[in-house]
Design a protein around this ligand. Structure first.
Ligand code: TRP
Length: 465
């Protein structure tokens, strides 16, 4: 049984985990939340959240996965046996599998948009991007969103691509694909960053990102929630990947590297986006960016085509975002699939296509909730702010499931696993003296308190997505 499980190479693990972390959360969500929170201070608090909450929980997840060589449910079953609570701990794993299923179902829909816009840009680049197209971008996006057939088709395409990769297995599928895509993504983004230096808005963009100003409580909450989502924490995705690595890997070093890379990409994406945003004259900007969440699909194409080389960079950019999304959907599907492989004894191909088809079907609800179906779009059990199937699911997953999962993972490592066990895992391949104690303090005290505070705030009615 053990021998049949896949294994990552050392680099393979880092690249796959970074690929999971780097996704729409970095390129789409981070810049728009940062913009909505007026930059500077938000970025600082986000960085603090990554270091004080994200990194320790990332270490905790890798540790749990590698120790047990099992996906979340099996991992908690095994480790839970020896501590108070016993089998009950497997509920944390079940919560994770459910969260993976839910997040993937709607994430794949947005991922499909990036593929669609890649195609559109190819077309515009070939046939010419006219002023007429430029002025109609917002309406075109709305029309696309409300087109049920297109929404479902691109969601299906994205799910199918994800399934093919997962069906090929850990090394031949996940590792090979992420190793190919991540360097391409990084190079493209670096190229765009360099190009943006010459855009008129570059200086202002940098100033906006790094100035320090006042920040509200809401901004602090959003920063912490974003850290969870962006680092793929709180639902066992990193536990699952951690279960495919060897004893020789240094957990703290790899975790630090993955967190740093994820943050770097979010910052690079922000530099690119803000350079474009600030290249728009101030008077126009206010009216154009009121709905910052849709910048990526409405204003951005026009900005690209105004830039020198836009014919090239516009399609490249959407291709890059699609790649980033794919390496994230891969990790989401792997969590659910590995549960059926490890706990139910299914073979990989059957688990992949069985589970993947169900996720696809579940996602159709989200795909039709952008106007195609009035009932699904208007469904608002949680209030108007999170209307529609997509809005409801994203709200539940990001604001409840991930922080709850993170809380239990931190508590489990901080209070239930023995010091002997955790120290043993952390000190392999050269741990630093004192590192274990510092990490233990973070997962024991700092993370639980911070997360409990978020959950209390969310319960008090504040959504932070
Ligand atoms: N981190 C990814 C992003 O930033 C999304 C993602 C992939 C994710 N796997 C996850 C989020 C697991 C939460 C949990 O886009």
């Amino acid at each position: 049984m053990l021998g049949e499980r896949g294994t990552f190479s050392r680099i393979g693990f880092i690249v796959a985990a970074a690929g999971s972390a780097i996704g729409l959360g970095n390129i789409w969500k981070f810049p728009y939340i940062t913009y909505a929170n007026q930059g500077g201070s938000f970025v600082l608090i986000y960085l603090a959240a990554v270091v004080l909450i994200g990194a320790p929980i990332m270490i905790a997840e890798i540790l749990i996965g590698r120790r047990t060589k099992k996906s979340p449910v099996g991992a908690f079953l095994e480790l839970g046996k020896e501590v108070v609570g016993g089998r009950l701990w497997s509920a944390v794993g079940v919560l994770g599998v459910a969260a993976g299923f839910i997040i993937l179902s709607y994430y794949s829909v947005v991922a499909g948009w990036t593929v669609y816009y890649f195609g559109r840009c190819l077309y515009w680049s070939a046939t010419g991007f006219t002023a007429e197209i430029a002025s109609g971008l917002g309406d075109a996006f709305g029309t696309f969103l409300a087109n049920g057939a297109l929404q479902v088709a691109f969601h299906a395409f994205f799910m199918l691509t994800t399934m093919v990769v997962i069906s090929l297995g850990v090394q031949k599928g996940i590792e090979r694909v992420t190793k190919t895509l991540m360097p391409v993504l990084f190079s493209l983004l670096a190229l765009l960053c360099v190009v943006s230096v010459w855009s008129p808005g570059f200086q202002q963009a940098i100033g906006y990102l790094f100035h320090v100003g006042p920040i509200g409580r809401d901004g602090v909450l959003e920063a912490v929630g974003q850290a969870f989502f962006s680092l793929s924490l709180g639902m066992g995705a990193i536990i699952t990947y951690g279960s495919y690595i060897s004893r020789r890997v240094s957990i703290p070093r790899d975790a630090a590297f993955i967190c740093a890379l994820d943050t770097l990409i979010a910052m690079m994406a922000s530099v690119v986006m803000f350079s474009i945003i600030f290249s728009v004259p101030e008077a126009e900007r206010a009216s154009q960016f009121t709905k910052s969440a849709v910048i990526l699909f409405t204003t951005l194409p026009r900005m690209f085509y105004e830039l020198p080389g836009g014919v090239l960079f516009a399609p490249l950019f959407y291709l890059l975002v699609a790649f980033a999304a794919l390496t994230s959907t891969i990790s989401l599907l792997e969590v659910v699939v590995s549960y059926f492989i490890d706990q139910r004894g299914w073979n990989r191909v059957r688990a992949t296509f069985g589970v993947g088809s169900l996720v696809f079907l579940a996602g159709v609800g989200s795909a039709l909730s952008f106007g195609a179906s009035a009932g699904l779009s208007g469904w608002a059990p949680l209030g108007e702010r999170n209307a529609g199937v997509f809005g409801v699911l994203d709200y539940l997953a990001a604001n409840w499931l991930l922080p709850m999962g993170g809380l239990f993972i931190a508590l489990f490592c901080g209070w239930f696993l023995s010091n002997r066990l955790t120290r043993e895992e952390l000190s392999q391949s050269g741990g630093y003296a004192g590192l274990h104690a510092a990490w233990k303090f973070l997962v024991r005290v700092v993370c639980p308190l911070a997360i409990a505070w978020i959950i209390a705030a969310v319960a008090g009615g504040k959504a932070f997505n």
